[in-house]
Write a protein that binds this ligand. Sequence first.
Ligand code: ATP
Ligand code: MG
Length: 414
Amino acid sequence: MRQSQLFTKTRREAPKDEVAKNAQLLLRGGYIYKEMAGAYVYLPLGLRVLNRIMNVIREEMDGIGAQEILMTSLQDKAIWEATGRWSDEVVDNWFKTKLKSGADVGLAFTCEEPLTNLMREYIHSHRDLPLAAYQLQTKFRNEARAKSGIMRGREFIMKDAYSFSKDVDEHNEVYERYAEAYMRIFTRLGLGELTYKTFASGGSFSKYSHEYQTITDAGEDTIYIDDKKHIAINEEVLNDEVLADLGVQRDSLREAKAVEVGNIFTLGTKFSDAYDLNYLDEEGHPHRVFMGSYGIGPGRVMGTIVEVLSDEKGIVWPESVAPFSFHIVALGYEDEAVKAEADKLYEALNARGITVLLDDRIGPSAGEKFADSDLLGMPKRVVVSKKTIAAGLYELKDRKTGEVTTIAHEQLIA
Ligand code: ATP
Ligand code: MG
């Protein structure tokens, strides 16, 4: 993409009312636009990042056999009354509205109820199980505080997956596959080293749930890390019994602030009980379906990447989510030779399927272009100028390490 065509612009300062670092940098880079507190628009560059994050999640979900669907964000009150969760006393962050007829509808904040109800149509026999469905769907939550930029939105996309198994043993196998897929996802997204599988409170069917917590001061949770095992315990469940369970010593744990980027949860038969979701075994005897749920916030992940990987100059995208792999910075693009050389490199990289942003803007100074390039954070930067043309060499800079290599024209393209 040509930067001169990009309708978004970078800005030196973030809006005064924006306190979260992720939102400040993303707003300055033109990745997002703030509609109101807790509601952000993803602009062209931001949407490219979000889509790449969602595609990594998709690949890993498809890889363990979950099937992608898209449920409605409008939800039926009658369905929710079956579990008692329609009540504002039980769930305090509902957005609700009314149809013209006066009937109540809710805006999806999660989907256990409608999906369990839907599955009554498709689950009948032991042959139908196990199965899992997931979606990348807009969720609405009337969050009390929305000061964490895209890490806590009132409207945000969630990847929510739900598994349906014959019994607890089958569920435990499925659950383990999600646990492994989650670690692969966060590793691929560049958060592997800072992200810990964290023991958190379970429900009636399992002692623990597991949160995937990424260490950052921008997080709202406190976790206790065991570095040897690369696991953590949420402070909510830090007690002698849990320490003994996990075979860890209190003294060996390190306290840290962290953000929950994902979680996996054993639901058991809580929802299948409410909707009478049964299957028939080989002898024709009915049994309750055993469920699990698995969430990730792609926007929260994107905000977390910005929080933990950026430096004083701006964002540092991991290659796996960067909007473009290369940033070609043309200095003096108005010069015929510079234009020809920059265009040639741009087209050669594009032809090889390598994504490139070409700074072909006429007007900004070299200093401004470099500052913008650092702010935007593509993994590799190549400068094309009269000087590099005369030398027959390109300067290639790694955004993360700052390392500069000079490389012959042919070599770079090769
Ligand atoms: P938290 O404890 O941070 O409020 P939660 O436990 O309510 O989150 P879930 O309901 O399990 O979260 O949602 C699944 C995932 O969706 C979370 O792990 C998180 O990554 C993401 N998520 C939850 N709330 C938000 C939000 N307001 N904005 C962006 N992402 C969110
Ligand atoms: Mg939570």
